[in-house]
Design a protein around this ligand. Structure first.
Ligand code: BG6
Ligand code: MG
Length: 215
């Protein structure tokens, strides 16, 4: 069994992935850029700044954007997002998550967070999840976005483990690639077609215990 598990936050522990999508969608509408759920898959797990570049890349009108424009767009997106997440409570924790964290605690397996989000501390606080974590690495602490492995390598270090002792749990392909680049095993949460780099894929955190027990 692994000595540590590094969890992604958005879409794994909390149902915030849909709020990110809605906030990007609102910005895309304002800019009149076509943006579908399929396009959104490419934004999952990716940092705020890298996500904006992907979104603006969908603009086929030839418009150009200054750095000031981009800073303003990032503010608009985050304001939308904050208006959605300010109401988060423990009721928004995804099914199976508390059971999984409790199981890891009883097995003395260290628990870390490896998230690209700068809002991660706020979300952990609102939902009461902070108490479960031995280490938290978030978007305020890393500059290289997933699929770069930085967030997970820092996470392993903070847990005082080596990469091969850690398991990553992710709902994005960028995050699964980051885990692979870090030399860690990775469980994908979602659908296999969206997570080709995951070692195993399960539909939700409800199946976490069953999967980890056999490793
Ligand atoms: C990741 C999400 O966890 O965090 C992305 O999957 C998001 O969708 C990224 O863009 C950055 O989050 P935030 O909260 O700093 O804008
Ligand atoms: Mg995620």
């Amino acid at each position: 069994m692994y000595k540590g598990v590094l969890f992604d936050l958005d879409g794994v522990l909390i149902d915030t992935a849909r709020y990110h999508y809605q906030a990007w969608q609102a910005l895309a509408k304002q800019l009149q850029i076509p943006f579908t759920e399929q396009d959104n898959e490419r934004l999952k797990g990716v940092s705020r700044v890298a996500s904006l570049d992907i979104l603006l890349g969908l603009d086929k009108t030839g418009r150009t954007y200054t750095e000031d424009d981009k800073a303003q767009f990032l503010q608009v997106k985050n304001d939308h997002y904050l208006s959605y997440i300010k109401h988060l409570t423990a009721a928004d924790i995804l099914p199976g998550v508390i059971e999984a964290l409790t199981f890891l605690k009883t097995e003395n397996i260290r628990i870390g967070l490896g998230s690209a989000s700068k809002n991660a501390p706020f979300i952990l606080d609102k939902t009461g999840l902070s108490a479960y974590f031995d280490a938290v690495i978030d978007g305020n602490m890393v500059t290289q976005a997933k699929p770069h492995p930085a967030v997970f390598l820092l996470g392993a270090e903070a847990l005082r483990l080596i990469p091969s002792e850690c398991l990553v749990v992710e709902d994005s392909e960028a995050g699964c690639q980051a885990a692979v680049h870090a030399g860690m095993a990775v469980i994908g949460i979602g659908e296999r077609e969206h997570l080709p780099s995951a070692d195993k894929v399960v539909a939700s955190m409800r199946s976490f215990k069953k999967v980890i027990i056999f490793n």
